[in-house]
Design a protein around this ligand. Structure first.
Ligand code: NDP
Ligand code: OXD
Length: 319
């Protein structure tokens, strides 16, 4: 029986969690963990498969015979930008738990702005007992940009909470009870949107897409008064200077941000001090590394049986 190639693992995750998960992963082929000093200098020339999250830059010259690359997360921008990326399948991580976590975060942020959690927190610090105007979820239109695995689940859960939900994607989608738009009618979508949720991948087409002109087209005077921006896609899709100006000038009434153009968000960034902004440190949906390795095992088995891999990135669109 031919020897099976070990799986190369270069994941910038918590090293202990990674080491624990690798004890039971890939029992029939083993692994090479670049986070383990004992594996750091190992010869990678015969390795077929790699699981990567923000890998080392020189990886592809060290591992020139890879057959498939698996992303450690749903996003693949950390791989697609790498110099020397070989022309082999790149597979996204699609997972129930990751999807569920993202929808929890999105629904939490929409409810936070709907129920004015920031304003009540500010009142509470001053000992103020005052009721604020309270629209119902159905009076608020949430516009979701990106109707992929994560966007579709978020749409379904926002609808369960009673929000009026609309969606925008590159290709037109049909979703029961949801008005959908494609790239031919971004403005029509924005004009109806009170809370904008960003769940787009980072690609050449989506860099800086959330900018001044986009924020200016969101609906003013809706049930929340001013529009709100929520982003858990990628930080480089937001023009952060424009976003900061839109928040301070009142074009936007608030924001919830999990992703930033520079991460960690630098100390002293004006966004930290804005009381209408919720900041989380890129944690909306974290990969469960055990589930990741199980999924990689299943996909390798498919590949070696000659079946098609699932969730392969389209090189032309970059996601
Ligand atoms: P998918 O690939 O399943 O979906 C992407 C969606 O974006 C699709 O609906 C696609 O349109 C749309 N899209 C892509 N490019 C454009 C464009 N130029 N114009 C309009 N629509 C576009 O991705 P996922 O839903 O799985 O994940 C989305 C992103 O979320 C990831 O790429 C990652 O960056 C981010 N993420 C963030 C996490 C966090 O913790 N903050 C965790 C996990 C993911 P179409 O349907 O027509 O193809
Ligand atoms: C992902 C992420 O892409 O965590 O999975 O950002």
């Amino acid at each position: 029986m031919p020897t099976r190639s070990p799986v190369l693992v270069d994941l910038k995750f918590d090293p202990q969690t990674l080491a624990n998960a690798l004890q039971k992963a890939f029992p029939d082929r083993g692994s090479i963990n670049l986070a383990d000093p004992a594996d750091a200098g190992v010869d990678l020339t015969e390795v077929d498969y790699a699981v990567l999250w923000k890998p080392e830059q020189a990886l592809f010259s060290r591992a020139p015979n890879l057959k498939v690359i698996f992303s450690g997360g749903a996003g693949v921008d950390h791989i697609m930008d790498l110099a020397g990326l070989p022309d082999i399948p790149v597979v996204r991580f699609v997972d129930r738990s990751l999807t569920t976590q993202m929808s929890e975060w999105v629904v939490l942020q929409c409810l936070t702005h709907l129920r004015q959690v920031n304003a009540y927190r500010k009142q509470a610090t001053g000992g103020v007992w005052r009721e604020l105007a309270q629209p119902e979820a159905r009076e608020v239109t949430v516009g979701v940009m990106g109707l992929g695995v994560l966007g579709l689940d978020a749409v379904a859960k926002l609808k369960t909470m009673g929000f009026d939900v609309i969606g925008w994607s590159r290709g037109k989608k049909t979703i029961d009870g949801v008005m959908t738009y494609d790239t031919n009618n971004l403005d029509g979508f924005l004009r109806k949107t009170d809370i904008l949720v960003g769940l787009l991948p980072l690609t050449p087409d989506t860099v800086g897409i959330y900018d001044n002109s986009l924020f200016a087209k969101l609906r003013q005077g809706g049930a929340l008064g001013k529009p709100v921006f929520i982003n858990a896609g990628r930080g480089k899709s937001q023009n952060q200077a424009d976003l900061t100006t839109a928040l301070s000038s009142g074009v936007l009434g608030g924001a919830s941000l999990d992703v930033f153009d520079i991460e960690p968000l630098p100390a002293g960034d004006p966004l930290w001090a804005m009381d209408n902004v919720v900041i989380t440190p890129h944690v909306a949906a974290a990969s469960d590394v055990r589930a990741l390795f199980r999924s990689v095992e299943i996909q390798i088995d498919r590949f070696e049986r000659g079946e098609a891999l699932e969730h392969v990135v389209d090189r032309a669109t970059g996601y």
